[in-house]
Design a protein around this ligand. Structure first.
Ligand code: NAD
Length: 287
């Protein structure tokens, strides 16, 4: 058995702190910031994510509307709805829940959202601004991780950061945010040679892969801060599905600090979406 030493970086207290600032900023605006979410079909994970975001939005004083459209909705119909929401001055944030059904081109849809209302931060204008060091609306999971690190007083500037995973949703924007915060950043991925040698260099290791327990204790520098973004469903010894991260539990015996799964990064993502909605509202002309 490995002795547990790592400090546990629990998500809920950090998310609550972020949500408190969201509520205070929202209350200072002349009208409540308004988020509109669109989902197609009834994929259970998407239904539950959208429901969670909708509930939290209302709790902190935002207005939230959900358009639950049939899975057969055409791309043209979806684009027409987005055009309507773009033109509607009472709408501050637009989120189209991914994944979309295969007959809809995700890129076409994400590019159609007005960048000023793009609270997911996936529009190329916002991606470009982030990489240019002028972030405005940044993807929620990595931006939420930056808040979590600062909430727990963990250093970023001058740290050697390694991110495992290069997705548009997590890995790449995480790299940009850490770079903007003066970390020295390496991005590893499925083609990286000798992953363990790369991850062992990290003072700050972010695992965003989607492979249960890929990061083992021998891959972690003693005392490192480890952020586990992975959400994997695995069958436990009791033959029931459990959620587990990309980081092996024994890493707790080597790392200095570690986010749990569940209850680590997950809560930060929703809180950051609502923070982005308030940011969008603050930057849009008053109605
Ligand atoms: P993705 O599938 O788009 O990307 C995975 C990345 O991992 C790829 O860039 C790939 O190159 C890399 N990879 C795959 N196998 C690898 C290997 N063996 N070694 C090194 N790199 C490898 O996934 P994503 O959308 O970035 O999500 C990653 C994980 O994070 C998933 O488990 C997902 O469910 C989770 N996630 C969690 C949250 C949250 O709020 N907590 C948000 C988004 C994603």
């Amino acid at each position: 058995m490995t002795a547990t030493t790592a400090r546990v970086l629990a998500g809920p207290p950090a998310a609550e702190a972020l949500l408190a600032s969201v509520a205070a900023r929202a209350a200072r605006l002349p009208t409540p910031p308004t988020l509109v979410m669109v989902r197609l079909g009834d994929d259970p994970a998407s239904v539950s994510y959208v429901r969670g975001k909708d509930r939290k939005a209302r709790e902190v004083g935002l207005r939230s509307t959900v358009h639950a459209l049939p899975a057969e909705t055409s791309q043209a119909e979806l684009l027409a709805l987005i055009a309507e929401l773009n033109a509607d001055e009472s709408v501050n944030g637009i989120l189209v829940q991914l994944p979309l059904p295969p007959h809809v081109n995700e890129e076409a849809v994400l590019h159609a959202i007005d960048p000023r209302k793009d609270v997911d931060g996936f529009h190329p204008v916002n991606v470009g601004e982030l990489w240019a060091g002028r972030p405005t609306l940044t993807p929620c999971t990595p931006a939420g991780i930056m808040f979590l690190l600062s909430h727990y007083g963990l250093p970023v500037a001058r740290q050697r950061a390694v991110i495992v995973g290069r997705s548009h949703i997590v890995g790449r924007p995480m790299a940009a945010l850490l770079l903007n915060a003066d970390a020295t950043v390496t991005v590893a991925h499925s083609r990286t040679v000798d992953l363990a040698a790369v991850t062992r260099e990290a003072d700050l290791l972010v695992a965003a892969v989607g492979r249960p327990h890929l990061i083992t204790p021998d891959m972690v520098k003693p005392g490192a801060t480890v952020i586990d973004v992975g959400i994997n469903r695995v069958l436990g010894p009791d033959r029931r599905a459990h959620l587990t991260g990309d980081v092996h539990p024994d890493v707790a015996g080597v790392a200095g600090a570690l986010t749990p799964v569940p209850g680590g990064v997950g809560p930060m993502t929703i809180a950051q979406l609502l923070a982005n909605t308030v940011t969008a509202a603050e930057r849009q002309p008053t109605r």
